[in-house]
Write a new protein. Structure first.
Length: 578
């Protein structure tokens, strides 16, 4: 600990940890801390929860434990007492393509709930949250906003790209390789070689898929230190950002800056801009409304896609572009994207961040690099509108979302091929029962109907592997991986399970998609849809007990963020004020 560092003064009588550490009646509580080797001085300091999603489920999370130790070093150096704990993750790359994917979106809310309960139960004063895999990022940030104690988010970092036949590859190439293998375009030996080299290190999936998209959000919204999301997971330079995050949370505690001071309507708009500018995951259309909900702010899919429509697409990142997250890091990281968007008036520069300074102040000295084509200036975009757009129409009254980054054709019209679950659609693709011009419809995969709103990466990747990626479209009330490409429309609402129009479709119905005008229609009259609705009956799913059943009872529609509780608007108090 530096000798010249001045010890700040914290009034424990105003902090949550007073309930476990202050006064003679808390002697039993303090005895537990002595049992863990804490000193009296450490017990008298603010308690900082250091929450990670560390586990051995996938490479996304495997370095989080090491990074947490560096966070704790930073907290201690700034005269706080770190208390490390872990929560779950469900890793999409392993859950994908089978029943396990039903657990994925559910895990987002369980992560938020479990962090909340740990913080509440032990009365911690501040929080540093580390996350790697897709749902753990929004889940951790949702917990921070819900608790409203001073908080800093830290992304665990991206995976390094694999190399296969002279090109960079990611796990999505392996999913597409399954389709190529089924089509006879890739040998078993080649597929095995690809799977062995595609993921060469720890870290989250390497393209602008959901994890890296939400990592961008963490910086843009102001909950993470500038540039902290960039370094790949194996790089030990991440430890410096981890230590700095520990120091930063103590500074926020001293300044009294809380997550709801940071997460505002304007900072949510900043986050949506950065998602669109980078061609990010459509899952942001779920997670940004859910994060807003924790703060009591109404920010729906409609708000998100309006911003997407007004934002230039500037970063050539996979799956729509050429590069991976490591390439973005090597030219300066997310601050480069934020800098050019700030310079050209697309972001609110006056939003406060975890540095205690504004977004504009954090990026005033960033120099946009000109000798690269990973990110182009915001006034010279790859396309004038965002990489993700919203659709509405008689087939999606509540809206739907599609990633258009890299898409050659943004209009499509064709006959429906209707499937009541992803498994049947995937089987039809690999068994060559889908033909060019078809619109695949996968329904009863929404938040309630799944339950759990599965992602459809196995099916969409197989389409590309079969060579059909540019000649068919797919719509679903479920979700898509951030790695999905092609004309794939997700979050169609209302979902089939609650009687939405997607549940009324029949094979052969003509579906009209127009990502330029924002339309998703079926060529049926209102009278025909009304007649079909009379014959529609609710469809039972197989999960009538356990966590998935509980989720189905609570969860709301996708366009509002698939919410499971009342949010900030329903509160009578926040945890931070106990």
């Amino acid at each position: 600990m530096p000798d010249d560092m001045k010890r700040p003064t914290f009034d424990k009588s105003k902090l949550p940890s007073r309930h476990t550490t202050v006064g003679p009646e808390r002697a039993p509580h303090r005895s537990y801390y002595y049992a863990m080797g804490m000193t009296e001085e450490e017990i008298n300091q603010p308690f900082v929860g250091v929450a990670t999603c560390w586990n051995e489920a996938a490479p996304c999370n495997i370095t989080l434990n090491r990074q947490a130790q560096a966070v704790k070093t930073g907290v201690k150096a700034a005269f706080g007492s770190p208390r490390e704990f872990t929560t779950i993750t469900v890793t999409d790359g392993i859950a994908m393509g089978h029943e396990g994917m039903k657990s994925s979106l559910v895990s987002r809310d369980i992560i938020a709930d479990s962090v909340e309960l740990t913080m509440r139960g032990h009365c911690y004063d501040a929080l540093v949250g580390l996350a790697g895999c897709d749902k753990s990022l929004p889940g951790m940030m949702m917990a921070m906003i819900r608790l409203n104690v001073p908080s800093v988010f830290l992304y665990g970092g991206t995976i390094l790209p694999g190399r296969f036949q002279g090109r960079d590859v990611t796990v999505v190439d392996v999913f597409e390789g399954v389709g190529m293998h089924a089509a006879g375009k890739m040998s078993s030996e080649e597929l095995h070689e690809l799977e062995c080299v595609a993921c060469p290190s720890a870290g989250s999936c390497g393209g602008q898929f959901t994890a890296n998209t939400m990592a961008c959000v963490s910086e843009a919204i102001g909950l993470a230190l500038p540039a902290s999301a960039g370094a790949p997971a194996p790089y030990e330079s991440r430890d410096a950002y981890a230590e700095a995050s520990g120091r930063a949370v103590m500074n926020l505690l001293a300044l009294g800056i809380r997550p709801r001071d940071i997460v505002t309507r304007k900072s949510l708009e900043n986050a949506a801009r950065v998602v669109a500018a980078t061609g990010g995951s459509t899952n942001a259309g779920l997670h940004l409304p859910a994060m807003a909900h924790e703060a009591g702010i109404e920010f729906t899919l409609d708000d998100v896609v309006k911003i997407f429509k007004e934002t230039p697409y500037i970063a050539s990142l996979k799956p729509g572009g050429k590069y991976v997250a490591k390439d973005l890091y090597e030219i300066g990281g997310i601050p480069i994207v934020i800098k050019t968007l700030l310079d050209h008036g697309f972001l609110h520069g006056d939003c406060i961040t975890v540095t205690g300074k504004t977004l504009a102040e954090n990026h005033k000295d960033v120099v946009f690099p000109t000798n690269q084509d990973v990110v182009v200036p915001a006034n010279k975009p790859l396309t004038p509108t965002g990489g993700v757009v919203g659709l509405k129409g008689n087939l999606a009254p509540d809206g739907a979302i599609v990633k258009v980054a890299g898409m050659k054709t943004q209009t499509f019209k064709g006959p429906a091929r209707v499937f009541d679950c992803e498994d049947d659609a995937f089987a039809a693709v690999v068994n060559k029962k889908i033909k060019a011009g078809d619109v695949i419809v996968i329904r009863y995969e929404g938040p309630k109907g799944g339950p759990g709103m599965r992602e459809m990466l196995s099916t969409t990747a197989a389409l590309y592997g079969e060579g059909l990626g540019e000649t068919v479209a797919l719509i679903t009330d479920g979700r898509f991986s951030g790695g999905t490409r092609g004309f794939c429309v997700g979050h169609v609402g209302p979902e089939a399970a609650v009687g939405g129009p997607i549940g009324l479709l029949k094979d052969g119905d003509i579906i009209v998609l127009d990502a330029v005008k924002g339309i998703l229609d079926v060529e049926l009259s209102d009278a025909e849809l009304a007649e079909r609705r009379k014959a529609w009956k609710p469809r039972a799913h197989n999960h009538q007990s356990g966590a998935l059943w509980k989720y189905a009872q609570l969860v709301g529609p996708a366009h509002l963020g698939a919410l499971t509780h009342g949010g900030g608007k329903a509160e009578t108090h926040t945890y931070a004020d106990i």
